[in-house]
Design a binder for this molecule. Structure first.
Ligand code: SAM
Length: 285
C-alpha cells in the first residue's frame, strides 16, 4: 500500500486541517496513545498523538514561548518549576533559559514521546539530549506526581495533550486542587486550554474548574499555526500574582520569536466572544 500523501486532524467532526506529507517517519501504539511522526511540506516534521497535531519543527516556538515565559515572567522569583507532559522538551528548553530557575522537574507519562522527540526533534528536545544539572526528567503520571509533593513549586506548567486518554485527568478540579497544594504560597499554574474557536466548551469548563480552586484565573492566547483555527488558549491560575496588574520586575531571556514584554500583558486582552465564552459559557461557533 503506498504511503499517504496527506494527514488530517479533525478539530471537530466538521472541521479538519490537512497537511501534505512526504513520509510517515514513525508510527507506534504505546500503552498511552498512538504516536505518529510525519514529515510535512508546510511545517517540517510534526508530532501527532491520537490523531491530534501536537508540535512541529517550524511553528513550535509560537506555543512553547507563550506557555513558558508568560507565567515565568509573572512570578517575581521563580526557582522551582514543574512541567507536566511536555515530553517533546520544548517547554523545558524555554524554562531552562531563566537563570533564576534552579530546579526543573519534567513528568511525562510516556517515555516513548521523550525518546522519539530526542531522535526526530533535536531542536525542540535539545535540553533532553544534553540536560543541564537543574533539569530532572521523570516518566510517570503527572496526576500522581502532583499529589506526591506539597508546598514546593513556584510555577507548574501543564503542557499536556487534549482531555482524551492519559490527559483527561489533568483537566479536573481534583487535579487542580493537587496542583494548588504542590505550589508554594505565591505559586501559579498555567495549562494549555484548547481552542477558543473550535473547543469553546472546553475553554469554559477549564476556566470554571480552575475558578473553583484558585483565587485568580486569567486566560490568554497565542497564534499556533498547526492548531485548529490557529488560535490557542492558555489558562493561568494564581494564588497571589494577577497578570492584569502585576509589574514585571525582570528582563526576559533573549532572543524570542513570539514573546515580548508588551505581549506579557496584551495577550490577556481578549476579544468579546472569548470573554463571553469564559464568563458566560456562550458559544459563538
Ligand atoms: N508541547 C507540545 C505542544 O506544542 O503542544 C504538545 C504537548 S506534549 C507532546 C503532550 C504530552 O502530555 C505527551 O507527551 C503526553 O504523553 C503527555 N501526557 C498526557 N497525559 C499525561 C499525564 N497524565 N501525565 C503526564 N504526561 C501526560
Amino acid at each position: 500500500m503506498s504511503a499517504p500523501d496527506t494527514v488530517t486532524e479533525w478539530g471537530t467532526p466538521n472541521l479538519g486541517q490537512t497537511v501534505k506529507i512526504t513520509a510517515v517517519l514513525h508510527e507506534e501504539d504505546t500503552p498511552f496513545q498512538h504516536i505518529q511522526i510525519v514529515d510535512s511540506l508546510q511545517y517540517g516534521k510534526m508530532l501527532i498523538l491520537d490523531g491530534v497535531f501536537q508540535t512541529s519543527e517550524k511553528d513550535e516556538w509560537t506555543y512553547h514561548e507563550m506557555i513558558s515565559h508568560v507565567p515565568l515572567m509573572l512570578h517575581p522569583h521563580p526557582e522551582r518549576v514543574l512541567i507536566i507532559g511536555g515530553g517533546d522538551g520544548g517547554v523545558a528548553r524555554e524554562v531552562c533559559r531563566h537563570d533564576c530557575v534552579t530546579q526543573v522537574d519534567l513528568c511525562d507519562i510516556d517515555g516513548r514521546v521523550i525518546e522519539l522527540s530526542k531522535e526526530y526533534f533535536p531542536s525542540i528536545a535539545k535540553v533532553l539530549l544534553d540536560p543541564p544539572a537543574k533539569l530532572h526528567v521523570h516518566v510517570g503520571d503527572g496526576i500522581a506526581f502532583a499529589k506526591s509533593v506539597g508546598d514546593f513549586y513556584d510555577v507548574i506548567i501543564i503542557d499536556c495533550s487534549d482531555p482524551i486518554g492519559p490527559g483527561e485527568g489533568l483537566f479536573t478540579r481534583e487535579f487542580y486542587r493537587s496542583a494548588y497544594k504542590a505550589l508554594r504560597k505565591d505559586g501559579l499554574i498555567v495549562q494549555q486550554s484548547e481552542s477558543p474557536i473550535v473547543q469553546q466548551h472546553l475553554v469554559h469548563d477549564i476556566y470554571c474548574a480552575m475558578k473553583d480552586v484558585f483565587p485568580i484565573v486569567r486566560s490568554y492566547f497565542s497564534h499556533v499555526p498547526i492548531y485548529p483555527a490557529c488560535m490557542h488558549s492558555f489558562m493561568l491560575a494564581s494564588k497571589v500574582y494577577d497578570p492584569l496588574t502585576a509589574e514585571i520586575s525582570r528582563k526576559a531571556p533573549e532572543p524570542m520569536r513570539y514573546y515580548n514584554e508588551k505581549i506579557q500583558k496584551s495577550c490577556f486582552v481578549l476579544p468579546n466572544f472569548y470573554k463571553e465564552c469564559l464568563l458566560e459559557g456562550k458559544m459563538s461557533f
